[in-house]
Design a protein around this ligand. Structure first.
Ligand SMILES: [Zn+2]
Length: 479
């Protein structure tokens, strides 16, 4: 059996991964807050943990891995969008509008993540479906003295949990000194964090022992992980921006509410994403969503491939140069692999992934396989990483007939590009030009083809047209 080693944030070491139960390997990853389209940075943990999910399924068996990723659908940003719609005259109660906004955003999210080749987790719970479990957990924490109620708020007493800060390696006092902890009159200590808060009439709320209100953000992951994965489970993942306070708070709540369990054994955190060397931000004008890129013609497979080139514990820099070269590489690989039956995954690819998800090394192996002309293994190995799959195929003139008949993403297919007709046209124009010494029309046609992403190869023997990675048949339709 492949030995998997993972870097555990909790111990700061790479460790052999030994599941609690090899017949039931359990992983929880913090999912999105569903108030808007996912930006490119949101897709990074999705791809990282998708690779881990595929690896675990390979090693332990498809039936023996459970992957849970939540949707945070209780959030003031969702409330604000719903309230704005209501004030603009939208029909329905505020709760209905909140739900409509979440439904819409979840639909976008799933579609966008499908397009970067991420398998859907086994369970995708929504916070609003687990309010009862959250309330029960909070009641337990109050009963044991770990939490207290004041003015309709319930707060967690951070100083009651001695290991607080261990995951991120901070002391409570350092955190207070450097942190943006909110001081509030209802808090015994500024570090205490909200488990439950009151809702006014224009906010969604649920009945609770502390009045009508809604949960704080952190409690949902603890409640859902416990309900779906138990007191102890194997892996907890997320971006390293979640380490503090979110993951520290999850640990504190869960360990105090269920002291018999260990909560998560291994913690994995991915580094953040930058764009052209800079932090992605709206003010810098380099903020974009996954959908923006897809709409600009960057295939989801290219996004995935660029991501995989950087190890998950290193900052990832998205550049348009990388996207361009990824597209060229994938184009070549797809051409190599198109009529090939895939063979075995190269053992070095597995080895690289088992070594703390070393995807950049795995990609280097793919390059070597391509260079050696080993198309069968290239195809199998790339597909193991979620690349060169039929689902992500964006090069439709390379696709087998079965796929051609159902164009994906509304892109034109080769059937719309009459290759032979164009080649004959060019041969005729060339003959004319040679006779009249007027090359204008021939040059015009060549420029058109180039513009549409078609390489024109003219020789004495004839004319060959080769659609390239940027081929767009629509550009030739009007001619
Ligand atoms: Zn979480």
């Amino acid at each position: 059996m492949t030995r998997i080693r993972l870097h555990n944030t909790r111990t700061r070491r790479k460790e052999d991964f030994a599941p609690i139960d090899a017949k039931d390997v359990r992983m929880y990853v913090c999912g999105p807050t569903v108030y808007d389209r996912a930006h490119l940075g949101n897709a990074r943990p999705v791809v990282v943990f998708d690779v881990l999910y595929r690896l675990l399924r390979h090693v332990y068996g498809v039936e023996h891995v459970t992957y849970v990723r939540n949707f945070t659908d209780v959030d003031d940003k969702i409330n604000a969008t719903a309230l704005a719609r209501k004030q603009a005259g939208a029909e329905g109660t505020l709760e209905q509008l909140v739900q409509a906004r979440s439904d819409e955003t979840i639909g976008w999210y799933l579609k966008d993540m499908d397009e970067v080749g991420a398998m859907r987790p086994n369970q995708m719970p929504r916070a609003t479906e687990f309010i009862a479990q959250m309330i029960a957990m909070i009641e337990g924490l109050i009963a044991e003295g770990y939490a207290y109620e004041k003015e309709g708020h319930v707060l967690f007493r951070v100083r009651e949990y001695n290991d607080y800060g261990k995951l991120s390696g901070r002391s409570v006092d350092d955190m207070i000194a450097g942190a943006r902890v909110e001081v509030a009159p209802f808090k015994e200590d500024p570090m205490d964090f909200v488990l439950w808060k009151p809702s006014t009439d224009d906010l969604p709320g649920w009945d609770s022992p502390w009045g009508r209100g809604r949960p704080g953000w952190h409690i949902e992951c603890s409640a859902m992980a416990h309900e779906l994965l138990g007191d102890s489970f194997d892996i907890h993942g997320g971006g390293n921006d979640l380490m503090f306070p979110h993951h520290e708070n999850e640990i504190a709540q869960s360990r105090c509410a269920h002291p018999e369990g260990e909560f998560a054994k291994v913690w994995l955190h991915n580094e953040m994403l930058q764009v052209e060397g800079k932090k992605m931000s709206k003010s810098l004008g380099n903020f974009f969503t996954v959908r923006d890129l897809l709409d600009k013609g960057v295939p989801g497979e290219v996004i995935r491939f660029v991501f995989l080139q950087t190890h998950y514990r290193k900052p990832m820099d998205w550049t348009s140069d990388k996207a361009k070269s990824a597209k060229d590489t994938l184009w070549n690989w797809r051409r190599m692999a198109q009529d090939v039956i895939s063979s075995e995954v190269d053992p070095e690819v597995l080895e690289a992934l088992a070594d703390d998800l070393n995807t950049s090394k795995a990609v280097a192996v793919l390059h070597r396989l391509a260079k050696d002309g080993n198309a069968a293994s290239l195809k199998a190995s790339a597909q193991f990483l979620g690349l060169l799959t039929d689902e992500l195929n964006w090069v439709h003139h390379l696709a087998p007939q079965s796929v051609l008949s159902q164009p994906i993403l509304g892109r034109p297919t080769l059937q719309q590009f009459e290759k032979t007709k164009w080649e004959e046209l060019l041969i005729g124009e060339r003959a004319k030009a040679m006779a009249t010494k007027d090359f204008k029309e021939l040059d015009r046609l060549k420029a058109l083809l180039l513009e549409a992403g078609v390489e024109v190869r003219m020789s004495k023997a004839g004319v060959e047209l080769v659609p390239g990675p940027d081929f767009d048949a629509a550009k030739l339709e009007s001619v």
